[in-house]
Write a protein that binds this ligand. Structure first.
Ligand code: HXC
Length: 515
């Protein structure tokens, strides 16, 4: 057949209209807003020339006159490869009716959601949308409902990642919130259920788009977004990096990637990071970086609840998830936000067969009326729940403080820790020395000549005699007190010993995590 012949005319015309004219129009509109087009984002996301589009030429349900003004109905869908593995995508095109979601647009998204779930491949949604398409009314709302339903069905089976690269208004916010990770680009993306105009109308409050739902707000305050980058290119690169730690589905193991780092590396510097003064802070990320392969840590939710650091890394080429108390922020105490951050991370890793490493230095739960009244009891319980139900290999290293309820929560042996190590600097006890002295020596304190000196002396004695790792070690609550310098080697050997761990939970419909 001749490509210039009559059979090809419509084929060529449609391609010209969609891939050239419409793409050019999209470029003009999006670039003027400092954003890439839906297609440019896809090209950056996938390995070169691997993207295959489907349903390119569908037209909106709201347009009955043909030929269509625009093809595709404001969303590009298909599949491609990321580091060689199949991934499904949908990418909303704001240049077509503001990327709003009508019936056909929704059906396209549903199609890739179904394909991704059926084939056990991750799905990425790139969102740039004004929400439910007003002209299509209830059909748009039903479209969102179908998408949410599939988000929930796919949860814990395939990784679902949302990338916000423009508005995510109204119905557009809830699918991302149901997925595993939400990426946002600073300054050009925002998420809100009701926009600044509605806020002004209902509450008479003036607020900008950025103040209401910008990337900074959602990555620092609300915790809706876990990853924020300054531009779209780096946001997409971040998605590719995250995927390198994840299996394609819950039946696979995370990808094995040769890092060339030695499993026998001894790190003397680890002996000096925890200060001699137990009240002096340090940066736990310095410890993480020395332990993991090549110091490459992919931190998750870096700006939110910074008193708990979580993220992915490789240990002897294999992916692990790390949770570490951060003594630099709020002395590493556990509060509501860090409990939420930690429990969600533990559950994600458990769902996708990613072993867990806990680095512990936690003086306790953050006290206060605000925390108690806001529900630290039920939120802290989430972290206990998450560790108790996680069946992946789980190891804890107690670096310094490990007191009270916080000792229990951070993957202690009796809530299912497989191996529990402690450094010689560990302080393990029911409560911190000062608080313990106040209870145990209340009367003596009252009659002491100098209560401050008395407290100091007895606190030092308590730390020495009671709050040390050797009692826990001798009683078997700790498997071994280890030299910090050999921690990497110890962890690699321990995770290898746990490689074939298989734990079956009792059969039930589902548990009832304290939400
Ligand atoms: C139909 C829409 C649309 C929508 C935008 N457009 N949103 N069309 N339905 N929801 C169209 C505009 O009419 C315009 O068309 C084009 O997209 C670009 O929009 P602009 O307003 O010019 O762009 P911008 O100035 O960048 O503002 C973006 C925006 C604004 C902030 C997102 O468009 C906006 O406020 N849209 C409505 C947001 C909203 O309230 N959504 C909630 C819907 S209700 P032309 O032809 O001029 O190019 C909902 C409920 C579901 O989603 C609940 C489920 C849980």
């Amino acid at each position: 057949m001749d490509i210039n012949g009559k059979y090809f005319k419509k084929f060529v015309d449609r391609n010209q209209k969609y891939y050239v004219e419409q793409s050019e129009r999209a470029k003009d509109k999006q670039h003027a807003k400092g954003k890439l087009t839906a297609r440019e984002r896809i090209d950056l996301l996938f390995d070169e020339n691997s993207f295959e589009e489907i349903d390119a030429f569908v037209i909106p349900a709201s347009i009955d006159s043909k030929p269509a003004k625009e093809y595709g109905d404001g969303v590009i869908i298909g599949h491609g490869r990321i580091s060689g593995r199949v991934v499904y995508v949908y990418s909303q095109d704001f240049s077509v009716m503001g990327g709003s979601l009508g019936a056909v647009h929704a059906e396209k998204i549903v199609k890739v959601q179904d394909l991704a779930l059926r084939t056990g491949a991750p799905i990425i949604g790139i969102i740039d949308s004004g929400g439910a398409r007003i002209q299509e009314g209830i059909a748009s709302l039903a479209g969102y409902a179908k998408i949410f339903y599939r988000n929930v069905r796919s949860s814990g089976i395939i990784p679902q990642i949302s990338v916000i690269m423009g508005p995510a208004a109204g119905g557009a916010v809830y699918s991302p919130a149901l997925t595993d990770f939400v990426f946002m680009t600073n300054k050009t993306s925002y998420m809100f259920v009701t926009g600044p105009n509605v806020v002004k109308e209902v509450l008479n409050e003036e607020v900008t788009f950025d103040e209401l739902g910008g990337a900074l707000v959602h990555s620092k305050k609300s915790g809706v977004s876990q990853m924020m980058y300054d531009d779209e290119e780096n946001t997409i690169l971040g998605v590719r990096k995250l995927l390198s730690f994840l299996p394609s589905n819950n039946l696979e193991n995370p990808p094995f990637i040769e890092t060339q780092d030695s499993p026998d590396r001894i790190e003397d510097k680890l002996r000096d990071i925890v200060p001699d003064d137990p009240n002096k802070p340090y940066d736990v990320k310095d410890i993480i970086k020395l332990l993991i392969d090549n110091g490459r840590f992919f931190e998750v939710a870096e700006n939110y609840a910074q008193n708990l650091v979580v993220g992915f890394a490789r240990l002897n080429n294999k992916a692990i998830g790390i949770l570490a108390n951060q003594p630099k922020v709020l002395a590493g105490t556990l509060d509501i936000d860090s409990s939420l951050k930690g429990s969600r991370f533990v559950r994600f890793c458990d769902a996708f067969n990613i072993p867990l490493l806990v680095l512990e230095d936690v003086p306790g739960f953050l006290p206060g009326v605000d925390q108690e009244h806001s529900g630290i009891i039920k939120h802290g319980a989430k972290l206990i729940y998450a560790f108790c139900e996680a069946t992946v290999p789980k190891i804890t290293v107690i670096l310094r403080k490990s007191y009270g309820g916080a000792y229990i929560v951070m993957n202690s042996k009796n809530i299912g820790g497989d191996f529990n190590f402690a450094w010689p600097s560990a302080e393990i006890a029911v409560m911190g020395p000062e608080a313990a002295v106040a209870v145990l020596y209340r009367k003596e304190l009252e009659s002491a000549k100098d209560p401050v000196i008395f407290k100091k002396e007895y606190a030092a004695k308590y730390r020495d005699e009671i709050a040390n790792p050797y009692i826990a070690d001798e009683k078997g609550f700790i498997d071994e007190v280890i030299d910090p310098a050999v921690t990497r080697k110890k962890l690699i050997t321990a995770f290898e010993a746990l490689e074939n761990k298989h734990l079956q939970m009792p059969e039930r419909k589902h548990g009832n995590i304290p939400l």
